[in-house]
Design a binder for this molecule. Structure first.
Ligand SMILES: CC(C)(COP(=O)(O)OP(=O)(O)OC[C@H]1O[C@@H](n2cnc3c(N)ncnc32)[C@H](O)[C@@H]1OP(=O)(O)O)[C@@H](O)C(=O)NCCC(=O)NCCS
Length: 190
């Protein structure tokens, strides 16, 4: 097992074959993907799993499996991810993102894991800035962004270029940002 980060209740680790079912659930479950484009084609799901595992193996970061330490069960993902959504988010932008199994919402796991990712990003990886973005109406995810100290940048809001016209409900995104300076000034000692 490759542990990337550890928090009070969670391990952030690379994916294992036993996580394939959870990964497929996170990509396809209607509640989890209410504000996301679902992916339910088995071959595509497996290819994305393999790519994510390979990327974490090579770089030491990516959307990592969240293992609940007390039970040993994997409950979702969280991590830093290099994203490029030209012209909205230029190459080199690093986002923090999360998805949890529906059974584990409402217990602060996403914020706990994301805080560890911010610390890793601003200390070990010395990133200048980390962003997060979501569909305007995804209030749970926006609440996590606010809980971890990110601030909304209305000037950065964008229409997601990869969302098809058939899903106008998923087009409009809000952007949240956190700089290394802000993190050190307000959050780094917590
Ligand atoms: C986003 C997600 C990870 C948050 O999970 P979580 O850590 O369990 O977060 P919670 O359920 O505690 O909810 C977070 C906050 O949203 C608030 N919230 C819950 N339902 C809400 C609603 N309908 N409207 C507004 N806020 C709401 C909660 O009160 C909580 O805020 P608080 O702690 O300040 O009270 C989880 O909902 C999820 O996996 N969603 C599906 C995948 C997804 O959308 N990922 C994000 C893609 S950008």
């Amino acid at each position: 097992m490759t542990t990337i980060l550890e928090t009070e209740r969670l391990l952030l680790r690379n994916w294992e074959d036993t996580d394939r079912e959870l990964f497929a659930y996170l990509l396809g479950d209607p509640a989890v993907t209410r504000y996301l484009l679902p992916c339910r084609k088995p071959a595509e799901v497996q290819a994305r799993f393999d790519r994510m595992r390979e990327q974490i193996g090579e770089t030491g970061y990516g959307f990592c499996a969240l293992e609940h330490k007390a039970t040993g069960r994997s409950i979702g993902w969280c991590g830093l991810y290099e994203t490029c959504l030209e012209p909205c988010l230029p190459a080199g932008t690093v986002e923090v993102g999360w998805r949890l199994h529906r059974d584990h919402w409402g217990q602060g796991y996403a914020a706990e894991a994301a805080r560890a990712c911010l610390r890793d990003g601003f200390t070990t990886r010395e990133l200048d800035e980390i962003v997060a973005f979501t569909v305007v109406t995804n209030h749970r995810s926006r609440a996590v962004m606010e809980q971890i100290g990110m601030r909304r940048d209305p000037a950065g809001d964008f229409e997601h270029p990869r969302v098809p016209e058939a899903r106008p409900d998923l087009k409009s995104h809000v952007l949240y940002r956190l700089s290394r300076e802000e993190w050190h000034a307000h959050l780094g000692s917590r």
